[in-house]
Write a protein that binds this ligand. Structure first.
Ligand SMILES: Nc1ncnc2c1ncn2[C@@H]1O[C@H](COP(=O)(O)OP(=O)(O)O)[C@@H](O)[C@H]1O
Ligand SMILES: [Mg+2]
Length: 271
């Protein structure tokens, strides 16, 4: 049984693997039989591009629906955003008008609750088992929206010194947000990504420091060409290279998100 329904994949640092984790965790969960919805909340649209789903065209765009008045928003508006990517995986892609979204959102009321309102329309309808939100590389209003909508978050990190500083900032920000908005956000844990033990001492000692953080390590994903190649091929790594340790790392991560699966944490490849 999954311990998540909506999960924000967040870290204000770019290039740590948010998009890669969102896509490939989605792939591994779909392989287990779960029905997955991926949401591209990064205006840069890397997930939309990687899944090679057509960008939504007006009038149905995620940005427009996020800005919509509550009385106009319904299931139809949200369904119009959803595209099928592959078996058991649907995507809400982004498009070019998301670049203006952040600025426009600041002028609105209930600014942090916009995505929650949108995803509520499909929640409880037994269409998806899990929804993964790919966040932009910032601690801005869009990431706040993802956290409020999800209530649970997964944090990809790289095993390097700058990760620790970024992580402390992230924890502070989430704590502040919880207090200010009186919402509860459960940080499920970290995924140590791009792990390369051949880089030696620094990487392993940073990993030891990460282990002292008040967040569990739910998975370790090695630095592998298969992940870059599968991205380029537009398929999850469990499909592109099913027999690799990279694919296995994502299967382990998926299992860590199911009850009884926590025992697998950190036993992924690259250890
Ligand atoms: N474990 C990995 N092994 C090899 N390449 C990776 C791995 N994780 C991510 N990448 C590559 O690193 C780059 C940044 O990853 P991405 O998921 O876009 O980060 P973010 O979304 O946090 O900015 C991408 O080109 C991706 O293909
Ligand atoms: Mg990204």
């Amino acid at each position: 049984v999954l311990i998540v329904y909506t999960l924000a994949v967040m870290n204000q640092k770019g290039g740590v693997g948010k998009t890669t984790v969102t896509i490939n965790l989605g792939g591994a969960l779909a392989e287990l039989g779960y029905r997955v919805l991926l949401v591209d909340l990064d205006p840069q649209g890397h997930l939309t591009e990687a899944c090679d789903v057509p960008e939504t065209t007006a009038p149905a765009t995620l940005a427009k629906v996020l800005l919509m008045d509550a009385d106009r928003l319904g299931l139809d508006q949200v369904q119009a955003l959803i595209t099928n990517w592959r078996e058991r995986i649907d995507v809400i892609p982004t498009n070019i008008d998301a670049f203006l979204l952040e600025r426009e959102l600041y002028r609105m009321r209930g600014v942090e609750y916009r995505l929650q309102r949108v995803l509520e329309q499909i929640e409880g309808r037994d269409v998806y088992d899990v929804c993964l939100i790919d966040c932009p590389p910032s601690l801005g209003v869009l990431t706040d929206n993802a956290l409020v909508a999800a209530g649970q978050a997964l944090i990809p990190v790289q095993s390097e010194d700058s990760a620790l500083r970024a992580l402390r900032l992230l924890l502070e920000q989430v704590a502040t947000m919880q207090a200010e908005l009186r919402v509860s956000i459960e940080l499920l844990g970290m995924v140590v990504n791009l792990f390369d033990k051949r880089r030696g001492q620094i990487v392993t000692s940073t990993l030891e420091t990460l282990r002292t953080m008040p967040l569990p390590i739910l998975g370790i994903v090695p630095d592998r060409a298969a992940l870059r190649e599968s991205w380029r091929a537009g398929v999850p790594v469990v499909v592109y290279a099913p027999d690799t340790d990279a694919a296995q790392a994502y299967r382990d991560l998926a299992k860590a998100l199911t009850t009884g699966g926590q025992d697998n944490a950190g036993t992924g490849a690259g250890q």
